[in-house]
Design a protein around this ligand. Structure first.
Ligand SMILES: Cc1cc2nc3c(=O)[nH]c(=O)nc-3n(C[C@H](O)[C@H](O)[C@H](O)COP(=O)(O)OP(=O)(O)OC[C@H]3O[C@@H](n4cnc5c(N)ncnc54)[C@H](O)[C@@H]3O)c2cc1C
Length: 363
């Protein structure tokens, strides 16, 4: 699994990160990517905190541009999610579907014959992480060549990731298969070899882009194994005279209301689990990360209706997030690169231009 880092260790990771090397190498499997996504998606650290820390080290907006753009993709997806359910196609139906319920057996067994993808699938199992380019290759193979439905694939993939996030994940699967982009994404073997260092030839993907756009690969299919459902755990040790701070798998900020005396609860919502289930390793990893960030944390599993009976909702606080928007409790704002940009953002590049303008004005 990805390392369980304290907030001090995450700061140290940012302080060692080189955004200039990132800009030159990020597309290569062994390039200088940050591996910060597990801590961003879990809400331990924000895109703004990362940006400000790099700024303090003296990097200019220009030097950080490639990296900032990726942080901005993260913010953009989150903004979209505030207005649009990522379970639904953002633009158009999927370009090609052969099987809308199952996944190719070869994917679940890491046995597609594309060595770089099989290696990335095995690594995913061990670490809960996959490089962005490999995620794109995987999604293109699964949706555009085997013909799995993006929603089935996205739900399965989500459950394997330490950085699992519905917006970044589901919108990216949609982007690759043409449901969230004006064109469908393809990558041939030559491209895979270039960015992963593999030297494979003669695979079905070893062809021209013209042929690739018509390439449908026959395969056997299987229903993805259902993940565990965590055991219901109610609220213990509740001090009714204190407020309650509600943490979730998306909000584990150790600095949020740090000094307050309160009941601190990590809440796993079993209704959300139906759409966004994690595998057992990831579930355990998130719980361990949560305990590392937040002292005296109680893990509660159930549905919101039943736990809210114990709580005085007027004294329950969390941080704004689409999955807790209907809880009827006070939601403190999240951090953003551009805090004012809270409308449905439109295209990424328009949003990025506005974020850049805002950051320039701040400097
Ligand atoms: C099919 C598919 C599924 C994905 N699923 C997820 C997911 O569940 N959770 C997730 O956080 N990212 C997801 N991504 C986006 C991206 O792959 C990861 O954020 C990135 O690989 C994380 O590694 P890193 O922290 O080293 O990224 P870096 O390259 O170092 O980027 C820095 C940060 O920018 C953000 N970022 C980078 N690329 C993207 C992107 N394309 N979209 C949104 N944010 C981005 C992340 O927060 C990341 O930590 C997915 C991409 C694809 C193609």
């Amino acid at each position: 699994m990805m390392p369980l880092l304290s907030i001090a260790e995450i700061y140290a990771l940012i302080d060692q990160f080189d955004p200039i090397r990132y800009g030159k190498t990020r597309n290569y499997q062994n390039g200088g990517v940050s591996k910060l996504s597990p801590y961003i998606s879990r809400g331990v650290i924000s895109t703004r905190q990362i940006y400000e820390r790099l700024r303090q080290r003296g990097f200019s907006l220009y030097e950080m541009e490639a990296f900032l753009m990726e942080l901005c993709w993260r913010d953009h997806s989150q903004r979209v999610w505030q207005h649009h359910d990522p379970q639904l196609e953002a633009r158009a139906p999927q370009h090609y579907i052969h099987n809308d319920q199952q996944l190719p057996t070869a994917i679940l067994e890491a046995n597609t014959g594309i060595l770089a993808i099989d290696h990335a699938l095995r690594e995913l199992k061990d670490t809960g992480y996959m490089h962005n380019h490999l995620r794109m290759y995987l999604a293109a193979l699964v949706c555009n060549h085997y013909g799995a439905h993006w929603r089935t694939a996205a739900k399965w993939f989500f459950g394997q990731l330490c950085d699992a996030d519905a917006a970044s994940n589901h919108l990216s699967w949609q982007w690759v298969c043409g449901a969230n982009a004006p064109k469908v994404y393809f990558a041939n073997q030559e491209n895979i070899n270039k960015y992963t260092g593999s030297v494979q030839k003669g695979t079905p993907l070893d062809t021209t882009y013209e042929e690739l756009s018509q390439l449908h690969i026959a395969c056997t299919w299987v229903h993805p194994k259902s993940t565990i459902v965590p055991e219901v755990a109610g609220i213990d040790n509740f001090q009714a005279e204190l407020p309650t701070l509600l943490y979730t798998p998306y909000h584990l900020d150790p600095n949020w209301r740090k000094e307050e005396e309160a009941n601190r609860i990590l809440f796993w919502d079993l209704e959300q689990w139906q759409d966004y289930p994690f595998n057992e390793n990831i579930f355990n990893w998130i719980n361990e990360l949560a305990h590392l960030q937040i002292p005296h944390l109680q893990v509660v599993v159930g549905d919101w209706k039943s736990i809210q009976q114990t709580l005085d909702l007027n004294r329950v606080f969390t941080k704004e997030h689409p999955l807790t928007a209907n809880y009827g409790i006070q939601q403190d704002p999240r951090d953003w690169l551009w805090p004012q940009g809270n409308e449905l953002p439109g295209s990424f590049f328009n949003y990025w231009k506005k974020v850049q303008k805002h950051l320039r004005r701040e400097n």
